[in-house]
Design a protein around this ligand. Structure first.
Ligand code: SF4
Length: 501
């Protein structure tokens, strides 16, 4: 199973309905305000909507990682099958609830009643703090009103979110939809009165909450760098247990380590918390980030410089200890692509291109500035075609990317690494992050000769007419192909003529 996959359901993939049709239906069903908010939070321009996995996977996985939280999906069976399959592939070890529907229950409103019955049955306060109900494409398009679910049942919070493929561009941003909804709920609870203490207790120092799913060593590394400033790292949002949202909101400052958490940032800002951009990666990134932490807390320049002097030499030493010599292109949809590129460049690599499926935001501005000052082309909302054409055109020594990009690179005999499985699964921050990428990157680049030998060995296999398993030679029918092409050309001409009328 690859680390990403295309749209797994039929509604947008198989042509039952286009995303435009679904969006029009959703607007007709009263979801216009929601879709407009998504458009503002997750802008898709100037490029087309990037290709990625079903966005609901992002919010599903975020919910499945939380303690004492149940997740329920409402959508087409094939979408739910794909989503649960992939969540278990990634080790969910938790049941995913499903409320099925058919045309009748969808049209008559019975589906909503079924969802309400399901959450009532599930809501056991002995076992659960919250239940997350997610409308996938079809229920969102049909306007199934999750907002009418009870706010809580016997103390179990009910969070309803719509995560349609035609409204949320990437699975990364779907994590934000859920994180934002949970923070919003928690913020109202805090405003209403005292809330319980998180199981891990409360720091006696002012905290910096961290936005974005990171490698587990990274929050610890960040905490170590904050300690000399008299600060602590707050919880990572999305949190792993409900009460952590209270401590997250109780932070003094929130750091948008991953820059696409628009809805979550809105909640922190509503709670009066300033937001920090970028992250402590590499020498420059760490020094700049510590400076902005110091500014946010009003810490003296001398104390900040002391912390910088404590950590940046160790980072520089780690970067110097294992240099990277070669050209690397980076593309992905996790939101940390720019940070990875910074680290690679400080390690000596030439990185001409970084493509990310996520949108531009104020929280990645320092990274864009730093990268562009070094001649890097940074492409937000990069399409698969953008990423592929860069690999084909530049022929780097290493391509870091999503599954189809890696596949293309390997076909070209270029060593490649999956961003999600191999790069995101490493620390990036501070001294621990500085030394972590070089080993895997250098090992991959060292495989160039092997890639070339493999390419030679498999030359011509698996392409075009030779794709698949054949006992004899493929039965080629160029005449059929030519006749079919004629039909396509004729249809294209007719469509064009119709557009001009
Ligand atoms: S929910 Fe929408 S985007 Fe996701 S698999 Fe189903 S049709 Fe595709």
């Amino acid at each position: 199973m690859p680390d990403d996959f295309r749209d797994i359901g039929p509604e947008t993939a198989g042509g039952c309905a286009t995303p435009e049709t679904l969006e029009a239906a959703a607007r007709k069903a009263g979801q216009g305000d929601l879709l407009d908010r998504y458009k503002a939070d997750y802008p898709v321009g100037p490029h087309d909507k990037p290709q990625s996995m079903c966005p609901a996977f992002g919010s599903l996985r975020t919910g499945l990682r939380m303690k004492r939280v149940a997740t329920v999906l409402s959508g087409s069976a094939c979408c739910v099958y794909g989503l649960t399959f992939v969540s278990h592939f990634y080790g969910a070890r938790r049941s995913v609830g499903y409320v099925p529907f058919d045309s009748e229950t969808l049209v008559t409103g019975k589906l909503f009643e079924d969802i309400r019955d399901a959450v009532h049955k599930l809501a056991d306060p002995e076992k659960l703090d919250a239940i997350i109900v997610t409308n996938l494409c079809v229920p969102t398009a049909s306007g199934v009103p999750l907002r009418l679910l009870p706010d809580q049942i016997d103390g179990v919070r009910i969070i309803g979110i719509d995560v349609p493929g035609f409204g949320i561009p990437t699975h990364a941003e779907a994590k934000d939809v859920l994180a934002g909804a949970m923070l919003s709920y928690a913020r109202k609870e805090v405003a209403a009165g005292p809330v319980p203490m998180p199981a891990a207790g409360k720091s006696d120092r002012p905290t910096v909450a961290l936005l974005g799913e990171m490698f587990p060593a990274d929050p610890l590394g960040i905490a170590g760098m904050l300690a000399p400033l008299g600060l602590a790292a707050g919880p990572v949002v999305p949190c792993r247990e409900w009460r952590e949202f209270y401590s997250a909101l109780d932070c003094s400052v929130a750091a948008a380590i991953h820059p696409f958490y628009t809805a979550a940032v809105r909640e922190f800002q509503a709670a009066g918390r300033p937001i920090l951009a970028s992250a402590p990666v590499g020498v420059d990134g760490t020094a700049a980030w510590l400076t902005s932490v110091g500014d946010a807390f009003g810490i003296s320049a001398a104390k900040v410089a002391e912390a910088q002097n404590q950590f940046t030499p160790a980072i520089r030493a780690a970067l110097d200890a294992a240099r990277i010599d070669g050209t690397i292109t980076v593309s992905g949809y996790e939101g940390s692509e720019l940070l990875v590129a910074r680290l690679l460049i400080e390690s000596g690599a030439d990185v001409p291109y970084v493509g990310t499926a996520c949108a531009k935001s104020p929280w990645s501005a320092p990274d864009v500035e730093w990268l562009e000052a070094r001649g890097v082309t940074v492409k937000f909302r990069a399409s698969l075609e953008d990423d592929l054409s860069v690999v084909e055109g530049l022929r780097p020594d290493l391509s870091i990317g999503t599954t189809p990009v890696v596949q293309k690179a390997k076909e070209l005999g270029i060593p490649a690494l999956y961003f999600t499985n191999l790069i995101s699964a490493r620390p990036l921050m501070g001294p621990a992050g500085a030394g972590s990428l070089q080993q895997v990157v250098n090992a991959a680049m060292g495989n160039k000769d092997r890639m070339a030998r493999m390419r030679g060995f498999f030359e011509g296999v698996g392409h075009g007419d030779t794709a698949g398993v054949w006992e004899g030679d493929p039965n080629l029918r160029p005449d059929f192909r030519a006749a079919h092409q004629k039909k396509l050309d004729k249809k294209a001409r007719a469509d064009k003529a119709a557009q001009m009328i």
